[in-house]
Design a protein around this ligand. Structure first.
Ligand SMILES: *Cc1c(COP(=O)(O)O)cnc(C)c1O
Length: 421
């Protein structure tokens, strides 16, 4: 059940009318529903509790999808661990109270400082992406007199059938170690000081709307685990990577129950601890970007609906041609066709082309739907636009969870060298 719905023709998030949030906090404004995040996380947990015991799996929320401390605190309280891809994200997860023992560190280019910090904290697992990184990690761990739990991320050469910019599991992608070359690397790992290569990790891409690519990848991983055990590697964990896709427009993502059954059939017979790293499917549909209409501009052949939100606030349409449905705060019949754009000086600053909407005017509030994942976290200050504030809604309550940046904040970061006078 979506917690963002029309009630009496007014768009609500839980029990709060979104227009009142626009009034109170200003726009553009990111709003997240705590009940929706909870529902989404529990859907993963419940699906896996049906096929496994609680001690046999860990759901490590992919922090990069939405790393606000309040979101992390909420998820940590529900029992989530964290999947991080930078030292900054580790700092956020720890600050939100997620223990190091539930943190997985992924990413293709970790710095030495980041690796050292992760080892020092004693995190659950480091997902290594190359032989070079494994050698580096071994040297660091040995020097620190620690043994680091490592999964090697393998690249299974499976087409995730998702957008080219978010596919990661094909041979030509930069991610992971070619699965055919993995056994040789695991053999080397056996002799490396400071390394306990206890797991295999895989992540083939994001926004997958079919189980088939997951199934192919997991079958290849299962074969690899058998092979690795035969050559002496004591493999105790399998990290399944990101979660399933979500509905932005008309996609029908697979049911988590079927996903869990597939994992039960392919991975669980290996008797390993299962790690999952869902991001988008936990927070995506829990968030909207609220915006006010700045005005309607009549072009030669089109009507442009100009919003106060722009590509710097929500980059996905410009970056991936992503679709974010636009719902007016007040429900009315669709009578107009608009190109919906932001005020930034780029033609790419376009949310919709030829979208049917009610007649709207300056000051009206609209919501760009399904913006909770890869929304605020990807925003920038392009055109010297301060980052939008963020609000968390729970029942009738709302709270600011990131204050609005100001132009003053931005100017303060720059410095003019003395010699410029
Ligand atoms: C981005 C990413 C995820 C999260 O993917 P979603 O599609 O948002 O669930 C998980 N694991 C890794 C390694 C990632 O890079």
């Amino acid at each position: 059940m979506l917690t963002t719905q029309y009630k009496n023709k007014k768009l609500h998030m839980e029990d709060v009318a979104l227009e009142t949030l626009a009034e109170k906090y200003g726009t553009p404004l990111y709003c997240y529903s705590a009940a929706q995040i909870t529902q989404n996380f529990n859907a993963y947990r419940d699906a896996f509790l049906k096929v496994s015991a609680p001690e046999n799996f860990t759901i490590c929320y992919a922090t990069k999808a939405n790393s606000n401390l309040a979101v992390l605190r909420l998820l940590g309280g529900l029992g989530a661990g964290a999947d991080i891809v930078s030292g900054g994200e580790m700092a956020r997860a720890l600050a939100a109270g997620i223990p190091a023992s539930k943190i997985v560190f992924s990413g293709v280019g970790k710095s030495e400082d980041e690796l050292r910090a992760a080892i020092a904290k004693g995190i659950f697992q480091i997902n290594v992406e190359s032989e070079e990184e494994l050698v580096q990690l071994s040297a660091l761990a040995a020097k620190m007199k620690k043994k680091v739990p490592v999964s090697i991320r393998v690249n299974p050469d499976v087409d995730a059938k998702t957008h080219a910019k978010i596919t990661t599991g094909k041979k030509e992608n930069k991610f992971g170690v070619d699965i055919d070359r993995a056994p040789a690397l695991y053999k080397k790992a056996l002799k490396m000081p400071g390394i306990d290569a206890l797991g295999v990790a895989v992540h083939i891409g994001s926004q997958l709307t079919s189980l088939t690519p997951f199934k192919r990848a997991y079958e290849r991983v299962a074969e690899l685990v058998v092979k690795l055990r035969k050559q002496g590697n004591d493999i105790r964990r399998v990290d399944l990577g990101g979660g399933i896709g979500i509905t932005y427009k008309d996609e029908t993502p697979p049911d988590l129950t079927f996903y869990a059954l597939m994992v039960r059939d392919i991975i669980m017979p290996l008797n390993v601890h299962v790690v999952m790293e869902p991001g988008r499917s936990i927070v995506g549909n829990a968030g909207v970007l609220l915006s006010r209409v700045r005005g309607v501009k009549k072009g030669a052949s089109k009507k442009f609906l100009i919003l106060d939100a722009a590509m710097n606030d929500l980059m996905r349409p410009a970056l991936y041609d992503a679709y974010h449905a636009i719902w007016p705060a007040r429900l009315a019949a669709a009578k107009e066709t608009y190109d919906v754009v932001g005020p930034v000086c780029e033609t790419g600053d376009t949310f919709h082309i030829g979208e049917k909407l009610p007649a709207l005017k300056a000051g009206d509030v609209v919501a760009l739907m399904t913006s909770g994942a890869y929304g605020a976290v990807m925003s920038s200050n392009y055109n010297t636009r301060p980052l939008a504030p963020e609000v968390l809604v729970s029942g009738k309550k709302s709270a600011l969870i990131r204050r609005a940046q100001t132009v003053e904040d931005l100017l303060k970061q720059d410095q003019i060298p003395e010699w410029l006078g």
